[in-house]
Write a protein that binds this ligand. Structure first.
Ligand code: CU
Length: 372
């Protein structure tokens, strides 16, 4: 075996000149390329526009919004005109179950965590009545991310115990939005359960499905460890350090498992309105045993992606996912930052009953039998 030492031939003056010329040509092409009319045309020919919105529809009549407790969602809106929608939201502070043998002094919008689901139509005039129960220890307010206005309504809705604030807003932008308390210290009010969601349904409605559910992820910070029994207070230091004791779906460990599992049947189409209240964590939302057929990323009105396994939901954000259920199964909703699901509570179940379809999935040989 012999070693050959290759010496790079010394560039001649001619090759040096050629390289310099080529480099100069490349630089020229890049400079010109960035400014070509076709590049500008690509931007200006886009159909994306930036509207400055104004309420344009005539407001006809009025109605009182039906608000629902998770996992329920108010019925789709069948109205074809805008109306005045009165939303009555009552803030109540109360001790509630966080996990088995664990309780927590929750601050709630409507007596539940997450808060009541609000559904209005794009173009509606919403009159929001925020009442703070007289037994409350704190003033509270509300910032709805759907609101175009000061603080999302927060500045106009600071409400003392026993008081009521009222403000109106036009539902200018359709989409799924988080709302939350924005009273100082905001992180504490949110960590204690003060969040929920409002759907501003597009004028054209959403695709027809068979079942809709409301799912919201959030964190709880307690001095005790996960599962430590008794009434657990709020731990500000763990909140600041972003070290939640609990990460839950719909306000408590097991809120959607066992007898509380969501129910569906084979062949149905499901829509989940999923929010992430944080206060700190981004959710990697996933349903074990299913694929999202449509994802409306970040709660917007476009089905931006199809055939998705896991979708990111930012803190203070939302997403809409849709899928058909093809098989009898227990589908498991998780934050796929998986310790949160297995060790901190971020898990829920969709119990799908009906005819099984072995063409979709079948066990051929294994320890576990098919079906249940
Ligand atoms: Cu509050």
């Amino acid at each position: 075996m012999s070693l050959h030492l290759h010496r790079t031939p010394r560039p001649t003056a001619l090759t040096q000149y050629t390289i310099a010329l080529l480099l100069a040509l490349l630089a020229l092409l890049l400079t010109v390329g960035c400014r070509t009319p076709s590049a500008d045309a690509a931007v200006t020919s886009s159909r994306v526009v930036v509207p400055v919105r104004a309420p344009s529809e005539e407001i006809v009549g009025q109605e009182v919004a039906v608000l629902t407790e998770a996992p329920n969602v108010p019925a789709p809106i069948t109205r074809t005109h805008a109306t005045k929608v009165i939303v009555n939201l009552d803030v109540v502070e109360k001790t509630m179950r966080l996990a088995d043998s664990v309780s927590y002094n929750m601050w709630t919008f409507g007596g539940s965590v997450p808060g009541r689901f609000i559904r209005v139509r794009e173009g509606d005039l919403v009159e929001l009545h925020l009442k703070n129960d007289k037994t409350s220890s704190m003033p509270h307010n509300i910032d709805l991310h759907a609101v175009t206005g000061p603080g999302g309504g927060a500045k106009s809705s600071m409400t003392l115990p026993g008081g009521e604030s009222v403000f109106t807003f036009s539902a200018l932008n359709p989409g799924l939005y988080v709302y939350h308390c924005a009273t100082a210290p905001i992180p504490m009010h949110m960590a204690n359960g003060m969040y929920g969601m409002i759907l501003v349904e597009p004028k054209t409605g959403l695709p027809k499905v068979d079942r809709e559910f409301y799912v919201m992820q959030s964190e709880f910070y307690t001095p005790g460890k996960y599962g430590d029994k008794g009434l657990q207070p709020f731990d500000m230091d763990k909140g600041i350090d972003e070290r939640p004791t609990y990460v839950v779906l719909n306000g408590s460990v097991g809120a959607m498992t066992g007898e509380h599992a969501l129910q569906a049947k084979v062949g149905e189409r499901i829509r989940l309105f999923v929010g992430d209240a944080g206060p700190n964590l981004t959710s990697s939302f996933h349903v074990i045993g299913e694929v999202f057929d449509n994802v409306y990323q970040e709660g917007g009105t476009l089905a931006t992606q199809h055939n998705v396994q896991t979708t990111l939901i930012p803190a203070g954000g939302a997403t809409i996912v849709e899928f058909g259920v093809e098989k009898k199964d227990d589908l498991i909703m998780v934050d796929h930052s998986i310790f949160r699901a297995m060790n901190k509570g971020a898990m829920g179940m969709i119990h799908v009953t009906g005819e099984d379809n072995p063409k979709v999935f079948a066990v051929v040989k294994g320890l576990v039998g098919g079906g249940h």
